[in-house]
Structures are given as C-alpha cells and as structure tokens.
Design a protein around this ligand. Structure first.
Ligand code: HEM
Length: 513
C-alpha cells in the first residue's frame, strides 16, 4: 500500500512541478533539424506538443513501432527523421547509408552506447560487451575475438553444431513428422542456438533442446528480462520506471526476479568453470569464459555480465533469422528448390570448407535478413554536438538510431523490386562456369551485423551455424507453416526480433526426386 501511495503522491504533485521547470529548458534548447522542412506537408508526421513531444503518437503506435518508424524514415527525402520525445529530447532515425557510416565509423568516438541506453538495460546486461564503451569495451572485444578465429569456427561447425543437429534437432523433427505434430519452430531454434552458444563460449551444455521441450525457468526469466528492459525505453519519462524500481512494484518487481534467476544461472556456469580451471592445469579446449577468467579479471559479477551478453548474442539472433527464413521459403517455393539443389550437391556431413562454399544458401540468408533483420534498430548517443552528412543537426545527448529494417525496405537502396525475395541480388555467375559467386554489399547500406569498429563479432559464426542448420533440416524435411492462409505473421522486437506468438509449423519428410 505504502509504495502505491508514494507513487501517487509523486505522480500528482511532483510531476507537474518538474514539467513546469523543464519546459523552459526544453523550449530554449531544442535542436534544429533540416529535414523537417523537406518533408511534404501531406505526410502523416507525428504531432508534437510542448513537454510531451510526440508521446501520444509514440504510445498509439507502440505495438507496431518498428514499422511506424520505418514508414516515417522512408517518407523523408533525406531518409533521416527527427522524433520529438518528451521533455525536449530528440531521437534521430536514419536509413541513409552516409549517415550510418558517419555514426558507426568516421565519427565513431562521438556516437557511443551512452548513458541513456546503458542505464536502461544495465540491470539486465550489467557491464557486458553490449552495454559498455571505451577501454572496458575494447578489453572485452579483444579477449572475445579469439573465439571467432578459423580454428574455433571449424570446431564449432564440425562438432558443436553437427552434434546438436544430428543428435537433438533432427530426431525431434523426425518424431514431429511421423506424428503430424505442430511445433513452435522459433522456440526450437532458440533452444538449439542457446545450447550452441553455451557449448562454444562457455564449454557447458545446458541441454535445452530435448524431446520433452520443457519450459525452463531460466529461459522464461531471460525472455521476461529482455522484454521488460526493452519496454523501459517506451516510458513517457524514465523516472517512472526508476521510481517503480525503487519501490519494487509492477513490472520492475518482476524484472528484479527475472534478472536474479538469469544471474543465478550464469553465475553457476562461471563457478563451475572456475572449479574446472582450478582442478586442471591445462584444459583440452580453451573456451571464451576460460580466457576471461585467466586474464586476471575473475570478479564473479563482471564475468557473469559477459556470460549474459553472450547468451543474448547467440540465442536470439540466428533463431530469429532462421524463423523468418523458413517463412520466406514457404512463400517462395522456387527459391526453396534452388537451396535444396545446393544442399544435395554437398555431402551429408559437410565440413567447414563445404559449409563455407554454400553460396546460394548464404545469399538466401542475407536476403531474408534484409527483409527481417534480427536486430532491426540500433541506437547510439551523441557525446558532443554534431552535424550529420545530410545536414541534420545533432545536439549532445541526442539519440541517433539507424533503422536496419527500414533500410532493407528502401526503394532507393534496393530498387523498385525491394519487396521481392531474390537471393540472386547477392550473386553473380562466375564467368564461363555454372557456379555462383557471392557478392557482399557495403555494410553501411546493409548494417544487419552493424559495421565499423563494433561490427558483430559473431557474423561468420552465425552464417556457418545457419547454413549448417538449413542444410541439415532441408535435406530431409519440408517446413510447412501451420498458419491460416492469408495471415502474415507479425514482426516484433524486444532488443532482438521475434515472430509474434512463435512460428507454428508442421514437418514433412521431403520426397527424394
Ligand atoms: C544472424 C545473427 C546475428 C546478427 C544479425 C547479429 C547482429 C549484431 C549487431 C547488430 C550487433 C551490434 C549490437 C550493438 O552494438 O548494439 C552485434 C554485436 C555483437 N555480436 Fe552479433 N549478431 C548475430 C549473431 C551473433 C552470434 C552468433 C554471436 C556469437 C556469440 C554474436 C556476437 C556478437 C558480439 C560479441 C557483439 C558485440 C560487438 C561489440 O560491441 O564490439 N553475434 N551483432
């Protein structure tokens, strides 16, 4: 009762006062933007009011915020759009490759994660690699990068992924096919990816993908922590969730419980690894966790943060990418046939080189992530005043978001056929031969894995895993969505993308032709 009373007191008496005081500050310091006057008057721009900015429109569109921001940014002639948030805060959205290059590379020191993002997700991600800047980030990146060398990738594809595929995934799919069961493929792929990342990065097998598909308390807590942390960004004023946190009620109470569950799980991994390291003088294979623990940074909380960030990186990204990939193949059977052809031309248990050479599948994955990127938005905070290449004025403290989802759907960037699923956009024929060659794109035009000094460390690992999984599944099975005809699944995102409600599918044994 007391917490509710305190909160009500704050809401009714203190807020109006704060509003009044901040109003004078915000009206005088609002940065100028050049793109505003370039937008045609007829476009449905969000209305902005003193103090609350465009909060009413933001709230009304919250359920479809990815698509709404995408529409707004693509309507702008400069592909950059400034959103007025409450209390004079500005958030700049861009789908302009020159701007993306500016923030991610040429002016990298100015555009950091920044206090706004880091304080919002710090309860969940702590000082893990996704939530830090400066020397701490450099250190984590440098230690973690060893995990992604060729030797490690080979071990990953030929042992970790292969074993999980043949001993866990395929048997579950075979049973579903024989019993005509409906499975949630998104859930299965998340479990698969979670086992994979734990094995390769921490040398630990959580055995999350099992025939019972039992819901684990950890997985549920991880999902809740992700969603509640991500929803904090939508508050009219961050102070509201901060008070809720202080008083430990509502979603903040649940977040505290979920984070505690996640941390306990991660801490057990760390403790087990410490014990292993103390018992053995030399480990057979050195995983990333052992490297961190042996680097002189053995503080349990610090290493736990690193473990949580890596679970986030590994569990929800490739699974989101593959979920949408299988949806697109269902809608594009001729593309499915071309991939099956490539798979049948490789051996049943392909090694590292063979997986690397699956260029058609590689292109098909890049093309599906263009339309459904696993990380659809990414935000940086300006550490100083700046001007973007398109003339947009950025004030210190403003957030600048590059909209990956919008960029993949931009006619300017991909041409009038942008809405079509065409893996061949990424391929060219090798002269005089029947084979394809993969043609990479400018990473600032396709920043699905980010770009510049903070480009995704796991990019190659992710492609290798996805190609091997696609090969393993499609060689034998056809994935058939159990979704009513004409219904399009909804693309949503909480830090990483999801298919709303999961991806119900039936599995069919593929008829050999
Ligand atoms: C399709 C799969 C994936 C996509 C689309 C993807 C995308 C991204 C993006 C957009 C970022 C930048 C995030 C930010 O700074 O806000 C990132 C960073 C990162 N990713 Fe991935 N990722 C994928 C898979 C993986 C996997 C499997 C791993 C392996 C553990 C991984 C490890 C990392 C790490 C360590 C960073 C942090 C890099 C840094 O800040 O220096 N990613 N990834």
């Amino acid at each position: 009762m007391l917490p509710q009373l305190l909160a009500s007191f704050f809401l009714f008496f203190c807020f109006p006062l704060i509003f009044f005081l901040l109003r004078s500050l915000t009206t005088s310091s609002a940065p100028k933007t050049t793109n505003k006057k370039l937008l045609p008057a007829s476009t449905a721009l969000p209305k902005s009011y003193p103090l609350i900015g465009s909060h009413l429109d933001i709230k009304a569109n919250f359920h479809r915020r990815i698509q709404w921001f995408s529409d707004l940014v693509l309507l702008s002639p400069t592909s950059t759009f400034t959103l007025h948030r409450p209390l004079g805060e500005q958030q700049i959205f861009t789908a302009n490759p020159a701007v993306v290059q500016h923030i991610l590379k040429t002016h990298f020191p100015i555009y950091q994660k920044g206090p706004n993002v880091t304080t919002t997700v710090t309860d969940f991600l702590g000082n893990g690699i996704f939530n830090i800047d400066g020397d701490a980030w450099k250190f984590q990146r440098q230690i973690a990068s060893h995990q992604f060398n060729t030797k490690s990738l080979r071990q990953f594809v030929e042992h970790v992924v292969d074993t999980e595929l043949n001993h866990r995934l395929i048997p579950i799919l075979a049973t579903a096919a024989s019993q005509n069961q409906i499975l949630d493929l998104e859930d299965i792929l998340q479990r698969f990816a979670f086992d994979n990342i734990c094995k390769i990065a921490f040398g630990f097998d959580p055995h999350h993908l099992s025939p019972s598909l039992e819901q684990s308390k950890f997985a549920q807590a991880f999902e809740e922590a992700t969603q509640i942390s991500s929803r904090r960004f939508a508050y009219l004023l961050p102070i509201i969730w901060k008070i809720q946190k202080l008083l430990n009620f509502g979603s903040e109470k649940r977040l505290r419980e979920a984070v505690s569950e996640v941390r306990e799980f991660a801490k057990n991994i760390v403790r087990e690894k410490k014990r292993e390291l103390s018992e053995k003088s030399a480990l057979e294979s050195v995983d990333m966790l052992s490297r961190f623990l042996s680097s002189g940074h053995s503080d349990e909380d610090f290493v736990t943060d690193i473990v949580i960030s890596f679970i986030l990186a590994g569990k929800d990204t490739t699974s989101a990418a593959l979920t949408w990939f299988f949806w697109l193949l269902w809608k594009n059977p001729e593309e499915e046939e071309k991939i099956v052809k490539e798979i049948r031309e490789t051996s049943e248990a392909p090694g590292y080189e063979e997986v690397k050479d699956m260029v058609y599948t590689h292109a098909a994955l890049s093309e599906s992530m263009r339309l459904y990127p696993p990380v659809p938005l990414d935000t940086k905070e300006a550490m100083e005043d700046d001007v973007l290449p398109d003339g947009t004025v950025v004030k210190k403290g403003s957030r600048v978001t590059y909209h990956v989802y919008a960029m993949g759907r931009s006619e300017k960037l991909w041409g009038p056929d942008w809405a079509e699923y065409k893996p061949e956009r990424w391929l060219e024929r090798i002269e005089g031969e029947k084979q394809w060659r993969y043609v990479g794109r400018d990473p600032f035009r396709y920043p699905v894995f980010q770009a510049g000094p903070r480009v995704c460390l796991g990019k190659e690992m992710a492609y290798m895993q996805m190609k091997r999984v696609v090969g393993g599944i499609m060689r034998r099975f056809k994935v058939v969505p159990a979704i009513e005809e004409g219904v399009e699944p909804e693309f949503i995102s909480f830090l990483t993308a999801k298919m709303k409600g999961g991806f119900p599918v039936r599995i069919q044994e593929r008829i050999q032709t």
